[in-house]
Design a protein around this ligand. Structure first.
Ligand SMILES: Cc1cc2nc3c(=O)[nH]c(=O)nc-3n(C[C@H](O)[C@H](O)[C@H](O)COP(=O)(O)OP(=O)(O)OC[C@H]3O[C@@H](n4cnc5c(N)ncnc54)[C@H](O)[C@@H]3O)c2cc1C
Length: 317
């Protein structure tokens, strides 16, 4: 972002909002990959009114923004990021409230906290989120999901338990929308295309047997421990599974790419659809490895793998 524009934006934001406005905040501190250069502007709104004010200013200045949840599905570029980062991390976005058959969860609630709380209350319906890092806002936007540990043919996703989603559009208008309006599919919703901000969601979690819910959570967690590479920083699965045909991990493994490395980025030997950061990986390393995988899979199987992770910035270092 040009220096003058950044200075003007920072001044306007700091004069108008109550939340925290940081300058040149390193994104490696906010992504599970532990990769990412500085964000020119990193804003944490105090509440909905504060967010509305900021979005208005960003829009008036023609400034593009990116909603960052737990950063567990994001690969951030090495160079300073021109997009403003908005993170719903303040207390106003971390409320968790039980209402009859449902629970209201703010966008900033960690999925781990939601799962823990629901298990404690004996509420069923969100155990499949166990072991999926990040926040509720990110889980709604990505329609996060998991394969059932008892029945591998059954896939759970967030839309299965969504009753309502509260969103703010880029102009600051708030509406409660029906889950059907989200057009949720495999690791996607229309929200991300429209630039809408998830403020929170009402999840249908009926009362169940607390011991059975705890057992379910354990089952999902154990499956993740067995199948995923949790030993080093990553962003989970890099590619979506192709709509027809074998899983992306299998395709990558068949290309002999387990253990392939560029710089500090390595294709996991546990799960070939994971790229892990051995400590020194840069975004450019991961992007180059992604391209190598894509080329190999296209040559061997004639399939074009689509990334699941969100690549921020130039992504080329
Ligand atoms: C070890 C590991 C295992 C994983 N396993 C799984 C798995 O089993 N299943 C699965 O589905 N995913 C998995 N993931 C990926 C990731 O955890 C999920 O996609 C998660 O839901 C992302 O949430 P987040 O808060 O971290 O979102 P981020 O990574 O911060 O953002 C992801 C997307 O959501 C958008 N977003 C975030 N918050 C909001 C908001 N409030 N309003 C609007 N948009 C928003 C962002 O702009 C971005 O486009 C895994 C990741 C890791 C690191």
């Amino acid at each position: 972002m040009p220096i003058k524009k950044r200075a003007l934006l920072l001044r306007r934001l700091r004069n108008a909002v109550r939340g925290e406005v940081k300058e040149r905040e390193p994104l490696c501190r906010h992504t599970t990959f532990r990769i990412g250069g500085p964000a020119d502007i990193f804003f944490v709104p105090d509440d909905e009114a504060d967010l509305r004010l900021a979005l208005r200013i960003l829009q008036e200045c023609g400034q593009v923004y990116f909603l960052l949840g737990g950063g567990s599905n994001v690969l951030a570029g090495d160079e300073p990021l021109a997009q403003a980062i908005v993170g719903l991390r303040s207390a106003a976005f971390r409320r968790l409230e039980y209402r009859d058959e449902c629970v209201w969860a703010g966008a900033g609630v960690r999925t781990a906290e939601l799962v823990r709380s629901a298990a404690k209350q004996g509420r069923q319906g969100c155990s499949f989120l166990a072991g999926i890092p990040g926040t509720l806002g990110g889980a709604v936007a990505m329609n996060a999901g998991s394969r059932d540990y008892r029945d591998p043919g059954k896939i759970w996703s967030l839309r299965d338990c969504l009753a309502q989603v509260r969103v703010m559009d880029a102009c600051g208008n708030i509406r409660d929308c029906d889950p059907a309006e989200l057009a949720a599919g495999y690791r996607q919703t229309g929200l991300r295309r429209n630039g809408e901000v998830v403020l929170g969601a009402l999840l249908r979690l009926p009362a169940g047997d607390a011991a059975a819910v705890r057992e379910e959570v354990f089952g999902f967690l154990e499956r993740k421990k067995k199948t995923q590479d949790l030993s080093r920083p990553s962003a989970g699965c890099i590619f979506k599974n192709p709509p027809q045909g074998p899983a992306a991990g299998w395709l990558i493994e068949q290309c002999g790419l387990k253990g392939a490395r560029i710089g500090g980025a390595v294709v996991s030997t546990v799960h070939a659809n994971f790229i892990v950061n051995e400590g020194t990986a840069r975004c450019a390393d991961v992007v180059a490895l992604i391209e190598q995988i894509r080329r190999s899979v296209a040559e061997k199987f004639g399939l074009d793998l689509e990334t699941e992770i969100q690549i921020l910035g130039k992504g080329q270092g």
